[in-house]
Design a protein around this ligand. Sequence first.
Ligand code: ATP
Ligand code: MG
Length: 644
Amino acid sequence: MSDALENLLSETRRFAPPAGLAEHANVTSDAQPADRLAFWETQARRLTWAREWDTTLDWSNPPFAKWFVGGQLNVAYNCLDRHVAAGLGDRVAIHWEGEPGDTRTITYAELLTEVKRAANALTGLGVGQGDRVAIYMPMIPEAAVAMLATARIGATHSVVFGGFSVDALSGRIADADAKLVITADGGYRRGAPSALKPTVDEAVKLCPSVEKVLVVRRTGEDVAWTGKDLWWHETVTPASDEHEAQAFDAENPLFILYTSGTTAKPKGILHTTGGYLTQASYTHHAVFDLKPETDVYWCTADIGWVTGHSYIVYGPLSNGATQVMYEGTPDTPHRGRFWEIVEKYKVTILYTAPTAIRTFMKWGDDIPAGFDLSSLRLLGSVGEPINPEAWIWYREHIGRGECPIVDTWWQTETGAIMISPLPGVTHTKPGSAMSPLPGISADVVDDTGKSVPNGGGGYLVLREPWPSMLRTIWGDDQRFLDTYWSRFDTMYFAGDGAKRDEDGNIWLLGRVDDVMLVSGHNISTTEVESALVSHPDVAEAAVVGATDPTTGQAIVAFVILRGGVDGDTEALRGHVAKTLGPICKPRQILIVPELPKTRSGKIMRRLLRDVAENRTLGDVTTLQDQSIMNLITAGLKSGTSAED
Ligand code: ATP
Ligand code: MG
């Protein structure tokens, strides 16, 4: 992309915060603080520190930041001990729902006891500060216990999503040089036990650094056993539940986590302790307006993604939240499972992803209509741009037309939410992440790094360091510098395109890598996709720019229809031209049954571009389902497309 990004879509709908919410909101102003560092010091004081910091930010060696230098704290203490000490031990921390319907209710006191036992067990296995622990688990409470126990003893975890293969797992274990792997025999997915241990066995053979493998028994299926294996119930359960949390340096490494691999080979992002927890905790409090005494919060992400780290484990638990944790898929045993869970636990705050919302749209309005969703008071979205029509559907069909929606922009690299409405303050616009949170300086700039005026589009950047920023790419400082800090001198380059509307609000426009250059115009994937999704026949769309002899690139669209419609590709092409202008009319529209997605559910446009341009596919290790690519390629060859 050389010139600025076009601003094509205009949206006039506005939604004010509900009066009741605004009146009691945790945060009542979205103004930027005059003194950013003082603001973050105040937020850091929401946590309990064993020793206060001497320096709030050390930015003497950019882009290698140090926050709260000299400060000491224990992450697990902040998430557990201090709540129990405050008399909240009987509060439910986790309402856990297994996919087969088995349940567990775990209070803060119980969670603390289990984490203490696990911490003692890990120490007994020779794990300590400076060591790495790989965690490859289903969505069971022990996954959170494993993370918190690792943090409690000052070690560093690397959680690997439980759907990854031997190669991806062994690569991540080796990259981190992990000493211990924590896993389970398996978990339940789509109505059946799904084994994890065989994958670990194969991976560990390739990773000599691994000394022990700690195995939770979840499914009870037979598993092969090696000399390195230990059962959780024979190692953690009998361990002592006396454990005093030692404080660690604010910059002690807390975790390594790989990005989703949407645009390229995943990057191993390193996060540290004090700044990360400060921002994860503050944003969870501010953006979700969490009232720990009354709310029941549910984030549907997997613990293997950063959303699971910051908004299932560290943010909510540091705030003393009561939350739901669900093991399985949204369609097991039926397509109303999420809504059944909302009804059962009277969930008040729901945080999910556009990919899920578009799937629910595809399945039909009657499914959520069959459940009592009246407990909900706030909805959140993360992971991809949310198309305005999907936003409206979410508000109408899940939020009864009443719940505010917080569209939260952030990345594995940012560690916590950066751009989002504040539910008690912001008048939201469907499809916009609105404004940088207090303390965050996000901007949209042109090629030369200058802010674009209102109404303009360009690159999303972060001008100032923030507490939960990545510290580096694990073991690869050079890639850290090249990826984020070389595009612009002193600003963090997020890799996303964005625009600022006439009121100055920010709209995310998809990846800079995916921008299409059509007859000299830089067109974002998001705006064309949103135009397609605004047609009543369309549930989901992905567009790419394919080389074209006359226009440089031409738009090729891949479209999933809503349940029960036939879809007229000519009409869809006309609809896009009418909504955004003739320049955006797709050259070709393919109706497809599914789109290639990462295991975290994001559309992988680079693979569609490879298909549209007849190339061999790039890195597919993070692709959810290889067979989808075969279906799409077959459809392209058989010509189920419309062309001028
Ligand atoms: P990789 O960096 O390996 O390509 P990834 O960027 O998908 O993978 P994540 O860190 O999981 O890995 O995702 C962050 C990205 O997700 C953001 O850069 C942005 O493109 C997208 N994203 C997240 N939230 C939003 C949002 N609310 N609106 C628009 N885009 C979002
Ligand atoms: Mg990324």
